[in-house]
Design a protein around this ligand. Structure first.
Ligand SMILES: C[S@@+](CC[C@H](N)C(=O)[O-])C[C@H]1O[C@@H](n2cnc3c(N)ncnc32)[C@H](O)[C@@H]1O
Length: 471
């Protein structure tokens, strides 16, 4: 039976523990803080968008989506993208009221809104978005939608407002991969977090390993906008319709045992959608459906909910697959890759030399791979795959918290030290091998153990001892 083992991390966000991998999915330091500080902030997105208006991102090991969510949240916070139709809707609504026109949620409007939803099932993003033709198509469809929906209601003022928005033209494609479909399903349902309240951590899971690391006082450093979860929710239910048939998932989602961890409003949304599926027909009409329940059922706290449905310039593609297979079949070149697999000792398949060679083929010349891992074996595999490799520095805690790999040397801000290079040349730097990208983790670990045992390189403990005496 499927199980989840949630707990509140030190920033109040929900983290998971995996008894199977005997590993945590998220750092006890803070699941959300980690996503921000190890992945999103080091990506220097503000700088990136000074010179670029589109980005392709690959989130390897989506889990419950903190890296994806933090990325989207950051773009919204910095106005790199925005909920495009927000202003349009406000004015549309006012006009409708002023003109004593049809009520806002008639079937017509729902349908027209759906007509305007572009790219929802579009997997071939490269061809569809990145050409001038496509932008034209995009613009035409929006214009068409406007014309249908509003006729004269969309005034010139509004176009002006949109054209002055610096976020208007930024287009984002994010593919997220994980082998575990249920984690995708759960991802929009986790509550934003707890503040100053740790009592839920004592529920009946064995948290011995985690409890040692939990500090006791929550410090909420970052906050996700509700719209972010709603956007993910919309995409998951539209693109992963199997969610409605998954009894185990629903049992966990609605079980009292886990109720502290899930956002009740999202559970209510899910049930409403499920119960009204017949009525609303195709899942692709989710936008119309949510539009409707937004007005009819959801409290004022969800006033902004509809905005999340208008984020047409952010394409989110969830994929349930082994990342190796996914990448072999993927033709995209990415500007940014988040690599958040379980530790190399547990999941070497996503840290092998061959996997990094595969990533090399999928990374733009000015792109970056970011990961939390500081492992010498990982860094050595990256170097051997052809990357320049450096460290991620977190000034907040004055620590190096991960590794960056790039093809362009100038993107390496913090170079590996003499100590790091020494470790790479010791046995600790012997990387994992997965020649045909299809071996099991167990098989990779077994052959790695033999290679380390037979190696005549200096052991890491001897290297560290020598290094300490030298300095
Ligand atoms: C450390 S967790 C990722 C946490 C995640 N980034 C988050 O924000 O919740 C590692 C994830 O790797 C996934 N995984 C394990 N092996 C994989 C593989 N071969 N391909 C893709 N995903 C894999 C697991 O299902 C798990 O969700």
């Amino acid at each position: 039976m499927y199980e989840i083992h949630p707990y509140f991390t030190n920033d109040g966000s929900v983290g998971l523990f995996s008894p199977e991998a005997d590993d945590i999915y998220h750092s006890t330091y803070g699941a959300l803080a980690e996503a921000y500080e190890k992945f999103v902030i080091p990506a220097e997105l503000e700088k990136y968008f000074q010179n670029n208006s589109q980005i392709k991102v690959l989130d390897i090991c989506y889990g419950i989506g903190y890296n994806t969510k933090s990325f989207l949240n950051f773009l919204l916070e910095k106005n790199i993208i925005n909920f495009k139709n927000k202003n349009l809707k406000k004015i549309k609504k006012n006009n409708l009221i002023k003109q004593n026109n049809v009520p806002i949620h008639t079937d017509n409007i729902e349908n027209n809104q759906y007509n305007g939803e572009i790219h929802s099932n579009n997997t071939n993003y490269t061809d569809k978005i990145y050409g001038n033709n496509i932008s034209e198509e995009f613009r035409m469809q929006n214009t068409h939608e406007d014309a249908i929906n509003n006729g004269a209601l969309y005034s010139n003022n509004i176009s002006k407002e949109n054209s002055t928005s610096k976020a208007q033209n930024n287009k984002i494609f994010l593919k997220a991969i994980d082998t575990d479909a249920k984690l995708f399903y759960f991802s929009p349902f986790f509550r934003q977090g707890l503040e100053e309240d740790k009592k839920y951590n004592s529920i009946d899971f064995n948290y011995e390993k985690i409890n040692k690391l939990l500090q006791g006082n929550f410090e909420q450093k970052y906050k996700l906008k509700n719209d972010v979860n709603l956007f993910i929710f919309k995409n998951i239910i539209a693109k992963m319709s199997e969610i409605f048939e998954d009894i185990e998932f629903e049992q966990i989602l609605t079980s009292k045992r886990y109720s502290a961890f899930f956002d009740k409003k999202f559970i209510a949304l899910f049930k409403l959608f499920k119960n009204n599926r017949g009525k609303y027909g195709l899942l692709t009409r989710v936008k119309a459906f949510l539009h409707n329940i937004y007005y009819r059922y959801i409290s004022n706290r969800y006033k902004k909910a509809l905005n999340a449905l208008c984020l047409d310039d952010f394409i989110f593609e969830p994929e349930v697959e082994d990342a190796r297979i996914s990448l072999i079949n993927d033709k995209n070149i990415y500007n940014l890759i988040f690599l958040d697999a379980f530790t190399p000792a547990k999941c070497p398949a996503l840290w092998s030399l061959e996997f990094f060679k595969l990533l090399f083929e999928h990374l733009d010349n000015d792109g970056m791979i970011l990961t939390y891992s500081n492992s010498a074996a990982v860094r050595n595999a990256m170097i051997n795959a052809g990357f320049y490799v450096g460290k991620i520095y977190n000034p907040k805690i004055d620590k190096y918290t991960g590794t960056v790999a790039a093809k362009n040397k100038s993107l390496i801000k913090y170079e590996l030290s003499e100590y790091d290079l020494g470790l790479i040349n010791s046995r600790a730097g012997i990387f994992y091998r997965d020649e045909n990208l299809n071996r099991s983790n167990e098989a990779i670990i077994a052959s790695h153990e033999i290679e380390v045992k037979n190696s005549d390189k200096i052991s890491s403990s001897k290297f560290i001892k020598d290094y300490k005496t030298k300095f």
